[in-house]
Write a protein that binds this ligand. Structure first.
Ligand code: ZN
Length: 382
């Protein structure tokens, strides 16, 4: 189970979505002038806000008392949206059992969205306690979508179908072609995806693609301060390593201490010890045990921060302005003295692979231990 990250009073209004002002404006204008595109593909990397914006848009479309640039948040339609129980808004998302329908998991889905509407696929699978399984949108679910949109509206002005992680439609997506091409009146399809390459070309050609830009580093930092009251220096550091991913940013901000930053220092200090006596090895094992027990999110952040550090070491070494702080610069000097630039690149590759393995749920302790020895090898070869 993931911990409670944020609390919004009225999920999910435009104001709750970080940045993406141009897209908000475009959607609001379309809704206000009754020029609503019926088949849309929201395309953006994790943490760019495709799902939160789809929720805010759905809420706006059916709001009974639209305000200047947002839904009212208090009408009966908005209240139902805020609990994800609006009868005219349907959600499709990857599930884990063969033949399953999304609605089989609706309770979990509502909980997951109330917890964090920026959630990633990994978060969702973790929420279902099934990180080891691949998600899937089943053929049954596609049939269900067609069926539910051949029925009449209940109460909303628009009937809305949100399909999150549309990549998972795979071939079954062909079942939806007809309904996406000619949706019933006032029906809006919002397909959300991260990778355009994995979307069926037949679907792509029938939807209006809305591209979500990756959030800028300074936007992430500003919003961490203004929305989550993160201290400015911590916000700056988080923004540096999350690569525009607001989901990663809020998860890192919700950890109690700046662990990943301190953990990296501790790690490098152990690895830099020339004399690997029993005590140092024991300390390294203890460090790996501790890191291995912290959970995947923290490990991912630690590795991302280490990658950032190594990248900046290369820049620092050329004499260009790097984004390292004073403490990191001291460590960078120690590292640069010991290894060639090529070896720094090899270390980065190692960390990158470990990050990927941890994403794929590999045993973190084994990976961290072997990476520790390899990096110590580089650092102490001369
Ligand atoms: Zn409203």
């Amino acid at each position: 189970m993931i911990r409670k990250i944020l609390t919004f009073e009225n999920y999910m209004q435009f104001k709750d979505v970080v940045a993406q002002d141009a897209l908000k404006e475009q959607l609001i204008k379309g809704a206000d002038t009754e020029k609503v595109s019926q088949a849309n593909l929201f395309l953006g990397v994790e943490g760019s806000g495709t799902l939160p914006l789809a929720l805010a848009y759905a809420q706006y479309l059916n709001c009974e008392n639209r305000q200047e640039a947002d839904s009212c948040g208090v009408c009966s339609s908005c209240i139902k949206m805020s609990k994800f129980i609006h009868p005219d808004v349907f959600y499709t998302y990857p599930s884990i059992k063969a033949g399953a329908l999304s609605k089989d998991y609706i309770t979990e889905w509502r909980k997951a969205l109330s917890n964090n509407p920026y959630l990633s696929l990994t978060d969702w699978l973790a929420f279902l306690d099934n990180v080891n399984k691949q998600g899937n949108i089943t053929a049954n679910e596609c049939d269900q979508i067609v069926k539910q949109h051949s029925l009449k509206h209940y109460e909303g002005k628009y009937k809305i179908q949100i399909i999150w992680m549309a990549e998972f439609l795979k071939k079954e997506g062909n079942k939806l072609l007809k309904i996406i091409e000619e949706p019933p009146e006032n029906t809006v399809f919002l397909l959300l995806a991260e990778n355009i390459e994995e979307i069926l070309i037949t679907i792509l050609s029938r939807t209006q693609v809305v591209k979500f830009p990756r959030l800028q580093e300074k936007i992430i930092a500003q919003n961490l301060v203004s929305r989550l009251s993160v201290e400015a220096e911590k916000a700056r550091k988080i923004a540096q390593i999350v690569e525009g991913n607001w989901n990663a940013a809020i998860q890192l901000a919700s950890t109690n201490e700046e662990t990943s930053f301190e953990e990296m220092f501790e790690w490098f200090h152990l690895l830099l010890q020339r004399n690997k006596n029993l005590e140092i090895i024991q300390n390294l094992v203890t460090w790996v045990e501790k890191m291995g027990a912290t959970g995947r999110e923290n490990q991912k952040m630690f590795l991302k921060h280490t990658l950032f550090f190594l990248r900046e070491c290369l820049i620092f070494n050329t004499g260009l302005t790097s984004r390292l702080n004073e403490e990191e610069k001291i460590l960078a000097k120690d590292v640069i003295k010991r290894v060639s630039l090529e070896e720094i690149s090899k270390m980065s590759e190692l960390i990158n692979n470990l990050h990927y393995e941890i994403l794929r749920n590999a045993n973190a302790k084994i990976g961290l231990m072997s990476a520790s020895f390899e990096i110590a090898g580089y650092l102490n070869s001369k």
